[in-house]
Design a protein around this ligand. Sequence first.
Ligand code: NAD
Ligand code: DAU
Length: 357
Amino acid sequence: MEKHNRELPEDLSLLITGGAGFIGSNFIRYLLNNHSNVQITNLDKLTYAGNLENLSDIENDKRHSFIKGDISNAMLIDKLFNEKDFNVIVNFAAETHVDRSMLDTSPFIETNIKGTLALLEASREYNVKRFIQISTDEVYGSLDNEGKFSEESTLHPNNPYSASKASADLICLSYYKGYGVPLIITRSSNNYGPYQFPEKLIPLMIKNALEGRKLPVYGEGKNIRTWLYVLDNCRAIDMVMREGKVGEIYNIGSDYETENIEVVRLICKSLAEETHKNKEYYEALITFIDDPRGAAHDFRYALDYEKIKNTTGWKPTTDFTTGLKETIKWYINNREWINSVITGEYQEYYSKVYGKR
Ligand code: NAD
Ligand code: DAU
């Protein structure tokens, strides 16, 4: 048997952290919809980005229970392990927004590094069968127009968020090598889809456009991202958890690479098709602003995802035009969700970052 591999039982008892956030809530829903033999404890601090509204449709499902708490709280983690015999941890919990990491780095160190460490310590003590660390393509740094990052690429994080995620990845790998914690790291491209907090590019543009507000594009909008529909990522994480090799890293990418301005124009076009306004009305809202990330703004991310394809057969199945249309429809039909997740904190953050521009 492979080094440190511990067989996964059929019945999974999972500790999922950050499950009230964007990808975590989609992942929990994905598991509940696709597997009967899962028991999920969802540990989430409910920061500004975590919202129980993201889980309201599954609140009566007995296979899921929610605990409000911090992954850095070792005593709490210990108590949870004593109460429930978890065999899997999937760690989504993180501070995730690059712009915020440049305003205040400390929560990123506390949660992304120290919090991950607390979970690794518990995994070591209680012999979990899998620890899935949810990482990001941003740890590789920035690309020029050519090339893609593979799992072998060197880590070159350029902002406090990506530096904290890269640090966590290295600590994870050291716990695999040093203590045999059976872990797997996934690094994915930019996700989009339902339940994404409206501070990230796509939901922020949809929200602002629906409200007739400016669409703030950093610089000239020439930076390039690769877009992955969130449910494609959830399926990939599930497959890696069950079929991936411990000690390995898996990139989860897609083939949809585009400049930010092109994404914003596509949102305008799709919104025009879904509402009574025309494309020109939405495009007139586009406003180019000074780039708040300055030199720390990574130009391009792109992932080689052959490894996950070869290991599990996974590939993305939602093309960007379809996924974006679905996402836009979801935000149009869930205006109440938008209002319920944004708080006074959001307004304060918004005027700090965009107000003076
Ligand atoms: P998100 O910001 O929507 O959600 C993060 C969740 O973590 C929130 O529910 C928040 O309350 C919770 N949380 C924060 N600090 C916590 C703490 N100390 N203890 C417990 N819970 C805490 O983030 P997301 O976009 O869903 O990202 C989830 C994971 O995926 C992160 O690890 C992120 O680095 C990674 N990732 C995200 C993307 C993307 O495009 N969104 C891409 C690649 C990787
Ligand atoms: O690549 C994966 C990463 O994707 C994840 O690890 C992060 O958690 C996630 O936040 C995301 O990071 P980005 O910085 O790429 O995402 P964001 O949506 O914030 O920005 C995408 C691009 O759009 C980026 O080049 C900056 C630009 N942008 C963003 C905002 C919020 C704008 O032009 N205007 C905006 O208002």
